[in-house]
Design a protein around this ligand. Structure first.
Ligand code: T3D
Length: 262
């Protein structure tokens, strides 16, 4: 059996490639656990300074593997609350809580949980031919993996509801125009551009990036006063980092900084 997630490490970038191309990289249990263990490594290994998530073949990820949910094969309805709780939610939390940048290169269709997992990453690039589909309503489900939280926040309720209820594909350029992703790039440029971006981030001030991510995410659920307080605390910590000292020194010496992620 081939690996369901291909993991590669180079110059601080951990690349995780979803690898069930015959099923458009839809999630089975094995792929869930492999992806989770990739992100676990990103959390615990200090040499990992950025993650690049992408898919093998013509799709990014088609969400849950519906072959594993065939109602004709069992008498009882599956407890989807349990699988969401045990598999999808920990993955979303792991990506959000990772204090390192996560770049997502959406190489093709991103449907269901596949779309919302892409959207929870920090910087999302998509091939122009890629499409985002809130496919859930087509099978009677609701958007999960944070979709009901992120879509209205980013797009407002009217667009969030239309995408969720109609399950129509949203093309990559419109997704970029709507602010749902960072940018759409020509198909042939996607892997190179996303790799360059991940390498650039991996050579950056990792601790500062992590705290930036934390502060921006915290803002979604707190007041301006709380954000100002958090900025004060995190800036204090950033100001004590070796990368800050290096950044200022490099500026004064008119050279490029050499950040070590410390
Ligand atoms: O269950 C729980 O634990 C709860 C959590 C749920 C999270 C979810 O993600 S629910 C939503 C599940 N996903 C979907 O409903 C999407 C289903 N797929 C599609 O609608 C379409 O495949 C796409 C729009 C994504 C792409 O369409 P297209 O025409 O480009 O490709 P295709 O021909 O439909 O698919 C290609 C192959 O991949 C095909 O296999 P075949 O016929 O060549 O052997 C197709 O069956 C397979 N495939 C695509 N998506 C899935 C899948 N197989 C299993 N599960 C899939 N989700």
């Amino acid at each position: 059996d081939s690996e369901t997630v291909i993991s590669a490490f180079e110059n601080g970038v951990l690349t995780l490639t979803l690898n069930r191309p015959d099923k458009l990289n839809s999630f089975n249990e094995e792929m869930h656990l492999a992806l989770r263990s990739g992100f676990d490594r990103a959390h615990s290994d200090p040499t990992v300074r950025a993650v690049l998530l992408t898919g093998a073949g013509r799709g990014f990820c088609a969400g849950q593997d519906l072959g594993d949910r065939d109602p004709r094969k069992g008498n009882e309805a599956p407890d989807l609350g349990q699988t969401v709780d045990r598999l999808y939610n920990p993955l979303v939390r792991s990506i959000r809580n990772l204090e390192k940048p996560v770049v997502c290169a959406v190489n093709g269709v991103a449907a269901g949980a596949g779309a919302n997992i892409a959207l929870v990453c920090d910087i999302v690039l998509a091939a122009r031919s890629a499409r985002f589909i809130q496919a859930f309503s087509k099978i009677g489900l609701i958007p999960d993996s944070g979709g009901t939280w992120s879509l209205p926040r980013i797009l407002g309720e009217p667009r969030a509801k239309a995408l969720a209820l109609l399950a129509e594909p949203l093309d990559a350029e419109t997704a970029a125009q709507w602010g749902l992703i960072w940018k759409a790039v020509p198909d042939e440029d996607l892997q190179r551009e996303s790799k360059e971006l991940a390498l650039r981030l991996a050579a950056g001030p990792t601790r500062g990036f992590g705290m930036t991510k934390r502060a921006i995410q915290a803002a979604a659920t707190q007041s301006l006063d709380a954000s100002l307080d958090l900025e004060k605390d995190l800036q204090r910590e950033a100001g004590r980092s070796a990368d800050y000292a290096e950044g200022v020194t490099a500026f004064l010496e008119k050279r490029k900084p050499e950040f070590r992620g410390q």
